[in-house]
Design a protein around this ligand. Structure first.
Ligand SMILES: C[C@H](NC(=O)[C@@H](N)CCCCN)C(=O)O
Length: 518
């Protein structure tokens, strides 16, 4: 068979970087608000409920089926046009939000609020369809190659956007105005659209090659098109119902919390929104140098290890690797202890370590699921960890338990997505995956709509007697009840994962068997 562009590994990975940049920038825009919640409230004069309303508005059009409609449009128009239109929509939404907080439409509270919400609604439609489009593009280029790894890395790009958005936004707003943080995030989407336009040339070329070599092009793959009969079949499948509900409940307990996590750390444990005396650039520089140093050490270790004769390293090499990596990691922590000591008392920077950790752990758990299976069991464990995390962050008051809670949340946030998304591919036929992901994202948006807003509204309600003191910065928000409510979602997630395991036993998709992504 004639070779096409996707047969070159270098080109495949280049394509992944080009399209993942859209995920990086849209996740950044989605989540950077969390890092400046307190600043937004002060500058725009809004309450926690109103902040929650802005966050929740991201989902407004999606709860009434916009992602499914976007998926149908994607099937009809193809990756190039749909990518430009929906990527452009997310950019437009981001520009409107940035203009709103800069006071372009008027600087009174209600005008800023209305236009911020309008911007987020448009952004939300664009970004969710972009997510589905990027997944489709990965399948187009990586099917038969490193598809699971490509998907995990793609999510990694998104999480990096979330982490950096949360961590860097307060620095961008450090001049006393939130506007630069918004403009920067909007510009990032614009830059990633330029990358997408570069990708379009590769897409045109590969489609030409595929049609020349007799492989049907994307627009001609009829089975990929959305049909209502398939949709009906999908939503009456027991395993799919449980995994889709799990997606809704689990993500409702995680994504909204991220939008409040920095503020929770500031209010509950007295963390700060500002950095300490050491100077951010110096700290950033030492963090980058320290990370580069540890990579070089790992490389040297890897090279020297590969030179040891096989017979010598046969036994105990896993233990040796574990010991060396642990020593290197502890050395890393020791070298960067000043950086860590400053970061671990800063709300947005500490909260950003949650998505940062998932970049490493999601592919690790993904490969465990590949090799050992147990996807449904791992989803149960991940959900149980969520309960532990939220109990630590609500009913207890010790900061070390708080750190432990954040670590558990990070592990749960890696474990469940790593097991969930490949499991969908087991339950649903490949040519229906677009519809399945679109349906799951829609349900997820129902949950997000309720909880992005619900946490803020509940926060205002339980703190109603001291809101003026909180505004005057003489009192702090009490987050106990809102976080306890999320612990309940963890319990429901664990139950849904258990029901999924039972349904899988009946229907025989083999979610507990290895090789789930194949
Ligand atoms: C793959 C999955 N993506 C989603 O759930 C998107 N619908 C929403 C992304 C929102 C980013 N804060 C994931 O990120 O795990």
């Amino acid at each position: 068979m004639q070779k096409t562009l996707r047969d070159s590994a270098a080109l495949r990975w280049l394509v992944l970087i080009l399209i993942s940049s859209l995920l990086f920038s849209t996740y950044w825009f989605y989540d950077f608000y969390g890092g400046i919640k307190g600043l937004m409230e002060r500058e725009m004069g809004i309450s926690s409920e109103e902040y929650g309303r802005i966050m929740s508005s991201t989902t407004f059009a999606n709860v009434i089926g916009m992602i499914i409609l976007g998926g149908i449009i994607l099937d009809r128009w193809g990756i190039r046009l749909a990518g430009l239109v929906f990527g452009g929509l997310s950019f437009l939404g981001a520009i409107i939000s940035a203009a709103a907080v800069a006071g372009w439409f008027g600087d009174d509270k209600s005008t800023m609020l209305i236009w911020s919400i309008t911007g987020r609604v448009l952004f939300g439609i664009g970004m969710e369809v972009v997510c589905v489009m990027v997944t489709r593009t990965i399948v187009k280029w990586f099917m038969g190659y490193e598809m699971a790894l490509a998907m995990a890395l793609n999510i990694g790009f998104g999480r990096l956007g979330t982490a950096m958005g949360m961590a860097v936004a307060p620095d961008l707003a450090a001049g006393g105005s939130i506007s630069p943080a918004f403009s920067f995030a909007a510009i990032l989407i614009g830059i990633s659209l330029v990358f997408f336009i570069i990708y379009i040339f590769f897409d045109l070329k590969i489609d030409k090659q595929r049609s020349e070599s007799g492989i049907v092009t994307e627009g001609e793959v009829d089975e990929e098109k959305f049909r209502f009969a398939d949709f009906r079949k999908l939503i009456t499948n027991r395993s799919f119902i449980y995994i889709a509900l799990l997606c809704m409940v689990f993500y409702s307990a995680v994504f909204p919390l991220l939008a409040y996590a920095p503020d929770l750390l500031v209010n509950k444990y007295g963390f700060s929104y500002e950095m300490g005396s050491q100077g951010e650039f110096a700290m950033f520089g030492s963090a980058v140098l320290g990370t580069a140093f540890i990579f070089v050490l790992l490389l040297i270790f890897g090279l020297s290890f590969s030179m040891i004769p096989r017979s010598l390293k046969k036994n105990g090499h896993k233990l040796l690797s574990f010991m060396v990596i642990s020593v290197l990691f502890l050395g890393y922590v020791y070298i960067l202890r000043d950086v860590f000591s400053e970061w671990l008392v800063n709300g947005p920077k500490t909260a950003s370590l949650i998505p940062m950790g998932t970049i490493l752990f999601t592919p690790i758990f993904g490969s465990i699921v590949d090799k050992r299976g147990k996807a449904a069991t791992l989803m149960m464990i991940g959900s149980a960890l969520l309960v532990f995390a939220y109990l630590s962050l609500s009913v207890f008051n010790h900061v070390y338990l708080g750190y432990l809670g954040l670590i558990s949340l990070g592990i749960a946030f890696s474990l469940v997505p790593a097991a969930m998304w490949p499991a969908v591919a087991r339950i649903v036929a490949e040519n229906r995956l677009g519809t399945a992901y679109g349906t799951m994202f829609t349900l997820q948006n129902w949950g997000l709509a309720a909880f992005f807003w619900g946490i803020g509204a509940l926060l205002d309600f339980v703190n109603r007697h001291r809101l003026s003191d909180i505004e005057a910065e003489t009192a702090a928000y009490d987050y106990t009840i809102p976080v306890l409510m999320l612990a309940l979602l963890g319990v429901i997630s664990a139950w849904l994962a258990y029901k999924l395991k039972q349904a899988d036993k009946l229907q025989g998709y083999g979610l507990e068997n290895p090789g789930i992504t194949q």
